[in-house]
Design a protein. Structure first.
Length: 363
């Protein structure tokens, strides 16, 4: 049996602080009409069921990104950085859920205040409710056309329209006056909700399949790990200082032996290639590496962190960039250069994006 718990705009949208037990809600089961009640009264009939939680649009924001470069699906964090300037709060205070990409390579985003959303879910879990998905009312209108519906004492607007809104009667009149597209009156079809509706239970709020019996063990393991990490950090600081001095001496020696090598990117890899390649620096692996740096990497702001030559694979470079867009631009320059380049494992680390670049071996 499908069950819905709808938190009304009247009870939950006007303030971050409210009485959960007495706030008005709507409860529905399968095709039965929604019943007006309070959360305290609704709990008994909802326990033991999988519940779809419906939030009023007033608690959330909805954005549509610009067309995303590349065909690979970006991470939620990458999309968050892309729309950061349009947000009224810092990203760390927001939870962003991502919907399905459209024909123009744009991604719809639902945005909610993270701490407020966490408090809401915690309160419901404390009352024994099993929340299996969280949706927003204005995102549940049919997606085949721009439409509106009278719901909960105000108009919700969405569907194929590039917006999700909840407005008063006067607000709807203003919207219609400025739109070239007609809004069609529709109802939410609770028996067949649109497949593209965004579920807010993503990322940090993804449903946990496992319960909580391992909390104490996890805390103990985390403490041991923290102590070991502190010791490792002190030891590595000393070793890094020693390694830096040895590297400086090795680099000076390398320049003496190979004065024609004017650019040093990864000293061990360059030395290994020079020793293994009988064709010398005028051909082979080093020539292809120079082509990569001059034609692809050199024209970008990408930084090379590590480089390694692997037999039967080629050059493997660990790189960092300022954004996923720069990684996509690097991929395009690689295709234009006709070099066999692949980019994998792109991930956000702080304010930088890390990836692995492979220059295939053609020998």
């Amino acid at each position: 049996m499908n069950s819905w718990l709808y938190l009304t705009a009247t009870g939950f949208s006007h303030s971050a602080e409210f009485d959960f037990d007495t706030a008005p809600v709507l409860v529905g089961h399968d095709l039965q009409p929604f019943a007006h009640t309070t959360l305290r009264e609704a709990v008994g009939g909802l326990q033991g069921r999988g519940i779809t939680l419906i939030l009023p649009m007033e608690m959330c924001s909805w954005l549509l990104t610009e067309p995303w470069p590349g065909k690979r699906r970006p991470t939620a964090q990458a999309l968050a950085f892309a729309v950061e300037e349009q947000l009224a709060e810092d990203l760390e205070h927001l939870h962003i859920a991502v919907g399905a990409v459209d024909a123009q390579q744009r991604y719809p985003l639902l945005i909610v205040h993270k701490q407020r959303f966490k408090t809401l879910l915690d309160q419901l879990h404390e009352r024994g409710l099993n929340i299996v998905s969280v949706q927003v009312d204005a995102d549940l209108l049919p997606h085949d056309q721009a439409c509106m519906a009278w719901w909960g004492g105000r108009w919700i607007v969405g569907g194929a329209l590039e917006a999700r809104l909840a407005v008063s009667v006067q607000g709807l009149a203003l919207i219609k006056a400025r739109m070239s597209t007609a809004l069609v009156a529709r109802n939410i079809d609770w028996s067949a909700l649109p497949g593209g509706a965004i579920n807010l239970l993503q990322g940090d709020f993804r449903r946990q399949v496992q319960g909580w019996p391992w909390q104490q063990l996890s805390a103990s393991a985390l403490l041991v790990f923290a102590l070991a990490l502190g010791f490792t950090h002190l030891r590595s600081s000393f070793l890094e200082g020693q390694a830096a001095r040895v590297y400086a001496m090795s680099e000076q020696r390398f320049k003496t032996l190979y004065p024609e090598q004017t650019r040093i990117i990864d000293l061990p890899a360059q030395l290994k290639a020079l020793q293994q390649d009988p064709r010398g620096t005028q051909g082979g692996h080093m020539v292809r590496l120079l082509q990569l740096t001059e034609q692809v990497i050199g024209a970008s702001s990408v930084q090379v962190q590590r480089m390694e030559w692997r037999a039967n694979i080629g050059w493997v470079l660990s790189i960092t960039a300022g954004s996923f867009a720069q990684i996509e631009q690097l991929r395009e320059r690689g295709a234009q250069s006709a070099l066999p380049i692949t980019l994998d494992n792109a991930s956000q680390q702080g304010n930088r994006v890390q990836a692995m670049l492979t220059l295939g071996d053609e020998s």
